[in-house]
Design a binder for this molecule. Structure first.
Ligand SMILES: Cc1cc2nc3c(=O)[nH]c(=O)nc-3n(C[C@H](O)[C@H](O)[C@H](O)COP(=O)(O)O)c2cc1C
Length: 145
């Protein structure tokens, strides 16, 4: 069964909520999904063994949360080329973190990004729940073990 890692960095929980909804969407398609706080990912091996990677961070002061930066440096060594990828995050008005994560996955890791990044002001606003689940479904449909 194909397996995805959904890793998030959050301060107040919005991005974690989105991560869980994306994982639900992946599971709808029959795939496995592990949801992890970036703080749990401590070594390169923690990133091995997945067919898809979905990374998300909230934006604070125009930037991603430090734990996501640290994890992206680990991911750089994990040979994710051509793996299925996605990026997401909660934001207030500018959401720089989301586009930077997406850009790193696409341009540095050379991953197969299935969709544009998922930018949500909140999972519970403006159809956010459904959008996050649909995003997960797209990831699930594109990953192959
Ligand atoms: C001190 C502070 C700074 C913030 N800076 C930004 C920012 O630069 N750009 C932005 O889009 N949102 C900004 N936000 C809004 C958060 O990204 C938003 O509340 C988000 O939902 C938080 O996600 P989280 O619960 O996953 O931490 C800021 C919020 C706070 C409290």
């Amino acid at each position: 069964m194909p397996k995805a890692l959904v890793a998030y960095a959050t301060r107040s929980g919005d991005t974690k909520e989105i991560a869980n909804l994306i994982a639900e969407g992946i599971r709808f398609t029959g795939g496995e999904a592990k949801v992890a706080n970036v703080a749990e990912i401590k070594k390169e091996d923690d990133l091995k063994g997945y067919d898809a990677y979905v990374f998300g961070s909230a934006t604070y002061h125009g930037d991603m949360i430090q734990g996501m930066k640290t994890m992206l440096f680990l991911a750089e060594k994990a040979a994710l080329e051509n793996k299925t990828g996605g990026a997401f995050g909660a934001f207030g008005w500018s959401g720089e973190a989301i586009d930077r994560i997406y850009g790193t996955m696409k341009n540095i890791f050379h991953m197969n990004m299935v969709k544009e990044p998922l930018r949500l002001k909140s999972a519970s606003l403006g159809g956010g729940i459904q959008m996050a689940q649909e995003y997960g479904k797209s990831i699930g449909k594109n990953m192959t073990a």
